[in-house]
Design a protein around this ligand. Structure first.
Ligand code: FES
Length: 125
């Protein structure tokens, strides 16, 4: 299980070595998530229509190691964009990956940029 988690490390925008095109903006649901694969990672990508903002994080929920976060419920916690795991509702900040229930679990987040209608996710590998 630890091995699975090691595959996911938060990438800050200044650490990006590789912007990977993952599809057109219209391929992703509004106010919902999609899942893409990069090397051995599954990454959840979300579009918040109200704020016209994009976020990406590991698809792996660290609670029971399930690949489910792209199917989670997204929303806002006092201005912090968040996703709640569809299985047991543990909730994570999409800004820094911290758990918003005050628990130890964290998720890796990745920078997203949009250029000419294409979604790019920033990776450091
Ligand atoms: S598997 Fe995600 S909260 Fe339990």
């Amino acid at each position: 299980m630890e091995e699975l988690l090691k595959n996911y490390q938060t990438v800050q925008v200044q650490e990006v070595l590789n912007w990977v095109s993952v599809g057109n903006t219209v391929d992703f649901p509004e106010n919902g998530g999609g899942c893409i694969k990069y090397k051995s990672k599954q990454v959840a990508v979300y579009y918040f229509k109200r704020t016209d903002s994009w976020y990406a994080c590991q698809n792996l929920c660290p609670h029971k190691m399930e690949m489910v976060l792209s199917r989670g419920m997204i929303g806002d916690a006092s201005g912090i964009p968040k996703v709640a795991c569809p299985l047991h509702k543990k909730t994570f900040s999409l800004e820094d990956g911290g758990n918003l229930n005050g628990e130890e679990y964290r998720i890796a987040t990745y920078p997203v940029k949009i250029e000419d209608g294409i979604v790019y996710i920033g990776f450091a590998d």
